[in-house]
Design a protein around this ligand. Structure first.
Ligand code: ASP
Ligand code: MG
Length: 274
């Protein structure tokens, strides 16, 4: 199981790098969990905030999201596939416009509306990457796009999302033939409730998605790839001479995991630790 976060799938060049990394780790059964392209989840949630304020700027922001993804599609996919991908994107965009229009009338969005909107980024990144990887394989092992919402069932409690393992395993079995060999390109972050509503695993939840799928698919290993050389002594975006920490015990990592979100400012995402 391999997971790549938002900054690892920021643009077409990043997608190429991810494909090359995946190809360097051949295995008859491979799972690849992707986040949304860098900044897209924030941008999607911002659309909801704009709509709540009745700021029609959300339409222009949606257009920017289209341009960004269209550039990746047109750079990486054959022309017909890129055009087909954009037709599907425009259907999502029409749905999103409708949802946001309703939000602007209501002046507020319920949590399930926010969850639904926030999840489009992972659908877009993975549905771009799967056909790209397949084209690079030119008839090799099959690549299958896998929608985590059809499989992972979670219930939220006060501590966060709780995976409903039995239900999730049963769904996986129904979706994936026992002896499946090939590569699954899996949406990180998103999941469903037992009632079938879309939900998420919380901000930065794709690492958790990778672990959930690692367990569901009986993965031998889970690799969380990131774009820094290891765990650093500080966030390298803020502290240019941050050092790579050579070794870290489980307890030290736990301690850092608890304190890191407190020492970054609340408006940006907590430093990634793996
Ligand atoms: N895209 C989601 C977020 O930004 C999940 C993730 O990247 O891990 O929170
Ligand atoms: Mg992340």
């Amino acid at each position: 199981m391999h997971k790549f976060g938002g900054s690892s799938v920021a643009d077409a060049e990043c997608f190429r790098r991810v494909a090359a990394i995946v190809e360097s780790q051949p295995s008859p059964r491979l799972g690849i969990v992707l986040s949304a392209c860098k900044g897209v989840t924030d941008a999607l949630l911002n659309l909801v905030t704009l709509a709540e304020r009745r700021d029609e700027g959300y339409l222009a922001q949606l257009q920017l999201l289209r341009e960004r993804h269209a550039l990746i599609a047109e750079t990486l996919l054959p022309p017909a596939a890129a055009a087909g991908w954009l037709v599907r994107f425009d259907k999502d965009r029409a749905d999103l416009s409708g949802i946001l229009h309703t939000v602007s009338i209501m002046r507020s969005a319920a949590q399930n509306v926010r969850d639904l909107v926030a999840g489009y980024g992972e659908i877009w990144s993975t549905s771009l990457f799967a056909p790209y990887l397949e084209a690079r394989r030119a008839g090799g092992a099959p690549v299958r796009w896998f929608d985590a919402r059809a499989c992972v069932v979670v219930e939220w409690d006060s501590l966060g999302p709780v995976v409903q393992w039995e239900d999730s395993r049963a769904r996986l079995q129904a979706l994936l033939a026992d002896g499946f060999r090939g590569t699954l390109v899996i949406t990180g972050f998103i999941a469903s409730t037992a009632q079938g509503l879309q939900t998420t695993l919380g901000r930065n939840g794709s690492d958790f998605s990778a672990s959930v799928f690692g367990s569901l698919l009986d993965a031998a290993e889970i690799h969380i790839w990131t774009d820094v050389d290891g765990v650093l002594s500080a966030d390298p975006r803020r502290v240019p001479d941050a050092q790579v920490i050579d070794s870290l015990s489980y307890n030290e990592a736990m301690e850092l995991a608890y304190s890191a979100p407190l020492i970054t400012d609340a408006a940006t995402e907590p430093m990634e630790l793996a």
